[in-house]
Design a protein around this ligand. Structure first.
Ligand code: ADP
Length: 401
């Protein structure tokens, strides 16, 4: 079975074509600058040279047409005809309370995703454009939607409710949803496989640390808490996002600096985090490089970032009455030796003991980085959200026939 996985943003569209017989990637690529002049399509077919095309791609519909042309192209293609594609899986950021699992796209599903636009105004509309574009270009192919929020729908009320008037939850569904669910789901299964233990017997804290960052407390394979909330702003300090802060800061800063709602939103989402404290970058590589050169603000940014992460790990161990496994994933979590070291070195009281040599390994495979005696096993697991989307799509489409 061949499955196309799509991740549509407002001006971009990433894709991967999987052969589910062996879960190999036949081709991957991305279209950038959709709707702008000089759109760029990068196509990387397996075993063939990469293709880079610069042209005008005004909408997602045209983007899907171009990428499907390339997938079947005599020289750059990897399949003979679009009929070989059995299903398309889409990443959708917000599934609200309606979607606790991935689902096959129907009219009702599309209407519900549309109703959820107000909860994710930047993310859900482009995902819908991707779904419509596939419908137009591949009309008979079943589509599946996989939600970033779905994995966290198992959270109990005590962790997902805010302590504000219940009417806000009842009327407007203001609550914590959590994000990066596909990643937390994928890495927790991978970690259990690596340890050779059933997921259903483990208490895990998974740390997805990329530009955006979140932790999840996973007990018996189910998310019981996660650090992001109604939006991906809550929780850990991130590249450009503040993470947790006293909500009273918002009206206070607004009145002192005469900020509008949009301005304060932009300040907290785009001009905070590592960027704000270091004063020069949101990129962890640049922060750690500058730290080595003695930059005090970079050091402060790094210390705040790791301190907050450590507090969350401790809180989640308390939430689950213990932990067996700690997982690091995503750009920073998979690659930053110093971050993992800084986070873990003050968690020895919880039975976390990193092996410095294993921590420094450059392997791109799932690996254990704690010592043999460490009570809590620490792992680095490369995330692969696209593969999980492909697997869910495969499973749902097989069940439907
Ligand atoms: P996104 O949240 O956009 O998917 P990624 O998971 O790709 O982000 O993570 C991107 C971040 O990973 C970059 O901002 C960079 O700070 C960090 N990163 C990548 N490689 C390294 C590295 N070798 N050391 C430290 N940080 C790294």
């Amino acid at each position: 079975m061949i499955i196309l996985v799509m991740n549509a943003g407002s001006s971009s569209l990433k894709y991967q074509l999987y052969n589910m017989l062996d879960e190999s990637v036949l081709a991957q690529g991305r279209v950038e600058r959709i709707g702008m002049d000089a759109s760029i399509l990068t196509h990387e077919p397996e075993g063939k040279p990469d293709v880079r095309q610069v042209s005008e791609i005004l909408d997602h519909n045209t983007a899907v047409k171009r990428l499907t042309d390339l997938l079947t192209h005599s020289e750059h293609g990897v399949i003979r005809s679009m009929k070989e594609i059995d299903a398309v899986g889409h990443r959708v950021v917000h599934g609200g309370e309606s979607f606790k699992h991935s689902v096959i796209v129907t009219l009702e599903v599309k209407l519900e995703i549309r109703r959820l636009f107000e909860l994710a105004p930047l993310h859900n509309p482009p995902a819908m454009m991707g779904i419509m574009a596939v419908e137009a270009n591949l009309p008979d192919v079943p589509q599946v939607v996989v939600f970033d929020t779905a994995f966290h729908q198992s959270m109990p009320q005590e962790s997902y409710l805010y302590a504000i008037p219940m009417v806000l939850y009842r009327k407007h569904k203001i609550r914590r949803y959590g994000f990066h669910g596909t990643s937390h789901d994928y890495v927790s299964s991978q970690a259990a496989n690596k340890l050779g233990e059933p997921l259903a017997s483990l208490k895990m804290v998974t740390c997805h640390i990329g530009n955006g960052a979140s932790c999840a407390a996973i007990r018996n394979g189910e998310s019981v808490d996660t650090s992001m909330g109604l939006t991906p702003l809550e929780g850990l300090m991130m590249g450009t996002r503040s993470g947790d802060l006293d909500p009273a800061v918002v009206p206070f800063a607004m009145s002192k600096e005469e900020l509008t709602i949009n301005e304060v939103n932009s300040m907290l989402n785009k001009h905070s985090g590592l960027q704000a404290i270091s004063g020069f970058s949101s990129d962890m590589r640049e922060i750690t490089d500058a730290m080595k050169d003695g930059d005090k603000q970079a050091k402060l940014a790094f210390d705040m970032y790791t301190y907050r992460l450590r507090k969350y790990i401790g809180a989640y161990a308390a939430a689950m009455n213990g932990m067996d496994v700690l997982v690091f994933t995503a750009g920073v979590g998979e690659n930053s030796v110093v971050l993992r070291q800084a986070v873990c070195e003050n968690l020895t009281f919880m039975g976390i003991e990193l092996d410095p040599e294993l921590n420094e390994s450059k392997s791109k495979e799932t690996r254990i980085i704690s010592t043999a005696q460490s009570r809590v096993k620490v792992l680095v697991v490369p995330t692969n959200e696209e593969l999980l989307i492909a697997r869910d799509t495969y499973k749902l489409v097989l069940e439907a026939v």
